[in-house]
Design a protein around this ligand. Structure first.
Ligand SMILES: [Zn+2]
Ligand SMILES: [Zn+2]
Length: 154
């Protein structure tokens, strides 16, 4: 099953993330921010800039992103099942038995794409300045480096 998910970036190229530990949101830069970042190995885990706790790369989905992924997966799964049934019933029908799958299963539509507002402010850690993050404007730090978790003041 092939599901195409498009998550929006804000105008600076940042992706919204949610910490699995403190459940607060921040953003990280999607893809290498510059040439120095490109040359770095991809880390196994990132640290939350707000609480400093590490988590694996796939642990940072926001509630909205999860709901969107679910909403996008259900119609795709339903289409798959329906296709499978049509294949299974092929040649089974005779003049007494007819299978009719007309109209489909009433699969829900794919949800409207998410949008990403240009909120939050960029902060850069002194130790790994090639990985900037965006944090909510109502926070005051100290923040933690995304790459190594080191605390820093802004
Ligand atoms: Zn956190
Ligand atoms: Zn660092």
């Amino acid at each position: 099953m092939d599901i195409q998910l498009t998550l929006p970036l804000d105008h600076d190229g940042f992706l919204r993330r949610e910490c699995p530990h403190c459940v607060r949101q921040f953003k990280w830069h999607h893809g290498p921010a510059n040439e120095e970042a490109e040359g770095q190995p991809a880390p196994a885990a990132y640290h939350c800039p707000l609480c400093g706790q590490p988590a694996g790369m796939d642990s940072w989905w926001t509630q909205e992103q999860l709901e969107y992924a679910q909403g996008a997966a259900i119609p795709a799964a339903t289409r798959d099942i329906e296709q499978g049934l049509r294949e299974a019933f092929k040649g089974v029908g005779n003049k007494h038995v007819r299978f009719d799958l007309q109209g489909g299963f009433g699969a829900p539509d794919v949800p409207a794409p998410l949008t990403e507002p240009d909120d939050m402010m960029i902060v850069t850690s002194p130790c790994h300045s090639y990985e900037p993050v965006k944090v909510p404007e109502d926070t005051s730090g100290p923040y933690h480096c995304l790459v190594c978790g080191q605390a820093f003041a802004v």
